[in-house]
Design a protein around this ligand. Structure first.
Ligand code: HEM
Length: 503
């Protein structure tokens, strides 16, 4: 009996010790380096609940940090380890660093484990096609975009002869994807259902796949990626994008032998021309397809979200609807309702409403994020080691300049009024970035697509305001509360807005 039990007991003990050692190793591996700055919520010892607060209520945590440690750097416990939040003023100190020294793209790629989700891919071709070519051509596209928007509403929306609930997240994804595709991939492909599906799904696969893979320890991720279905989807999305784009690229290359000047003025053409100019020998059709997916990822979901926020704000404050309709009718009266490029700049009230909506509902409460690619020392002595991601606490409404008026109120025409002085006529526009308006980031690497986004949003909102009445369902009270996912501010997707065609 005794002799039989001994090996079993030894085995049980050995397994117990192995499990203990494994759990200590995992604990050590998971323990992340903390920083020598105060921690928000340190009064609770339950680190897991602090981390889940960061996921669901980062806005409240950042306010707590702002109020408790005013003017000081603080850190927050997050599922990815401690994160350092800088008071907004440090954006001034980080701004002079180049993108190779303090990188916004690398910070974003790290957050979504870009080496696996494929978004850790910085391209001068893509950046200059957006920064230079897209922005230079913005005025040429107003009618094309308006045409696609109208096409989408007539083909994708129900008739809305009576009040009809609309899932804005779903419908506007299609509107923005098709209107953007008109400029990104041109007139032949912008209504291609498969392309629209592929270019919008990729971003979702990246977000979900990244979050799922992050549950695994970094050492296990090279293997674990094959067990996360969305990671397989990401690889499939790239393949599909290439296959869908190929016939269009082949058709263009045959055509270009014959036609001069080139008949295309869109992102495909600009990227090809940029690659030639830069003499980039690695650029091929596969890379073009990848860059198209990355551009769509940066552009579509962000623009859709801004439109949804603005519509929620309008439905919650219907007193703004008539003045905006009057402005649209006024600026387009000479063209019978058709938008021309100068009309978009003339819609100053709409521009102001969009900016105020974005001030209250920014894409993120920490829009200035940078990964230190070199060691950086801040003026207060805080040392940012290479590889550390820092972000600025950019959404404290109280920090608005006094001349802006009550910073907490929703004043849709706040920026319209601020622009009334002749010297300020071109300031405070939706797409203008400044120290006081960091929703599109700040400095050289601020969002290069913001002018395009501003046009898209105006065209879609002007279309809706001119063709539909809209309101929340009966019984809805006030503006729907936003949903936080970490620092990202999302519009509640369960809310339906009722639309009715205007007679
Ligand atoms: C309302 C819509 C949009 C919002 C709210 C938005 C917001 C942002 C923000 C906050 C950043 C980071 C800036 C920084 O760290 O300083 C950014 C970067 C970027 N955005 Fe946008 N964006 C929008 C639309 C677009 C569009 C339409 C495009 C493309 C046509 C685009 C392309 C990019 C790119 C390429 C970057 C990286 C820039 C760089 O690293 O130099 N975005 N965007």
């Amino acid at each position: 009996m005794h002799t039989l039990q001994t090996p079993i007991l030894w085995t049980v003990h050995a397994l117990g010790v192995a499990a203990l050692v494994a759990s200590i190793i995992i604990h050590i591996l998971r323990r992340s380096k903390s920083f020598d700055v105060p921690i928000v919520g340190v009064d609770t010892s339950d680190v897991d609940s602090l981390k889940s607060r960061y996921v669901q209520q980062a806005d409240t945590l950042l306010r707590e940090g702002y109020e408790k440690f005013t003017g000081d750097i603080f850190q927050v416990a997050t599922p990815d380890g401690p994160r350092v939040f800088l008071p907004r003023r440090f954006a001034h100190e980080l701004k002079p660093f180049s993108r190779h020294e303090a990188s916004g793209m690398k910070a974003l790629a790290d957050r979504h484990i870009g080496q696996y989700t494929t978004i850790d891919h910085e391209s001068d071709i893509m950046l200059s096609a957006i920064k230079i070519d897209l922005n230079r051509n913005l005025g040429n596209f107003v009618e094309d975009v308006q045409h696609e928007v109208a096409h989408c509403f007539t083909t994708q929306f129900p008739p809305c002869d009576e009040w009809t609930p609309i899932d804005l997240h779903d419908k506007l994804l299609r509107v923005v994807a098709q209107a953007s595709a008109r400029i990104f991939v041109g007139r032949h492909m912008c209504r291609n259902e498969e392309w629209l599906d592929c270019s919008t799904k990729f971003a979702l696969d990246v977000m979900t796949g990244g979050e799922k893979l992050k549950q695994w320890h970094p050492w296990l991720r090279p293997l674990a990626q094959y067990f996360v279905p969305e990671m397989t989807c990401i690889r499939g999305d790239h393949r599909r994008a290439f296959e869908l784009l190929l016939p269009e690229l082949e058709r263009r290359s045959k055509e270009s032998i014959r036609k001069e000047p080139k008949p295309y003025n869109d992102m495909i053409e600009w990227m090809q021309q940029r690659a030639k100019k830069l003499g980039d020998k690695t650029f091929d059709n596969k890379e073009l397809a990848n860059l198209q997916m990355l551009t769509a990822t940066a552009a579509i979901h962000t623009t859709r979200l801004a439109i949804i926020h603005a519509l929620y704000d309008l439905a919650a404050r219907p007193e703004y609807i008539e003045p905006l309709r009057r402005e649209i009718a006024e600026v387009t009266k000479s063209s019978n309702g058709t938008l021309r490029k100068q009309h978009l700049t003339q819609m100053k009230k709409l521009d102001s409403f969009m900016k105020e909506s974005q001030r209250h509902n920014p894409p993120s409460v920490a829009t200035f994020q940078r990964k230190a690619m070199i060691p950086i020392d801040l003026s207060n002595g805080f040392h940012i080691p290479t590889g550390t991601i820092v972000q600025c606490n950019t959404n404290m409404l109280d920090e608005a300049p006094a001349e802006w008026g009550d910073p907490h109120a929703f004043d849709g025409f706040r920026f319209y009024k601020l622009r009334s002085k002749p010297e300020d006529a071109n300031k405070f526009q939706f797409a203008s970035t400044s120290y006081d308006s960091m929703q599109f980031g700040f400095g050289n690497d601020a969002c290069p697509g913001r002018f395009f986004a501003s046009n898209q949003i105006k065209i879609v909102l002007a279309y809706i305001l001119s063709h539909y009445d809209f309101k929340f369902e009966d019984g809805a009270t006030g503006r729907p509360k936003n949903i936080m996912f970490e620092v990202n501010v999302l519009a509640d997707p369960t809310v339906k807005v009722l639309f009715k065609k205007m007679q």
